[in-house]
Design a protein around this ligand. Structure first.
Ligand code: ZN
Length: 81
């Protein structure tokens, strides 16, 4: 009785451009300096903050916010480029 699935080849293909592992939206994220929790997203020169229950705020710089995770006060003075 033949096996229904053909044996998979080892996925060890060596592509030359596999050096970058960064996510695409890395530079727009504002993260807590202490626990690295995501605090907001910078877009169009303003900071987009999201809170629980669908509360969202678009604020201008400079912006301060306390982290939901550790309670640290974070400060962003200018939009990330
Ligand atoms: Zn934090």
């Amino acid at each position: 009785m033949p096996t229904p699935f053909p044996p998979r080849q080892a996925a060890s293909t060596s592509w030359s451009g596999a050096a970058k592992t960064k996510p695409t939206t890395s530079n727009a994220e504002w993260r807590c300096t202490r626990c690295d929790k995501l605090l907001g997203i910078c877009r169009d020169g303003r900071m987009h903050l999201r809170f629980a229950r669908g509360h969202e705020y678009l604020v201008g710089f400079p912006v301060q916010a306390t982290c939901r995770g550790c309670g640290s006060l974070n400060n962003a003075t200018s939009p990330a480029r």
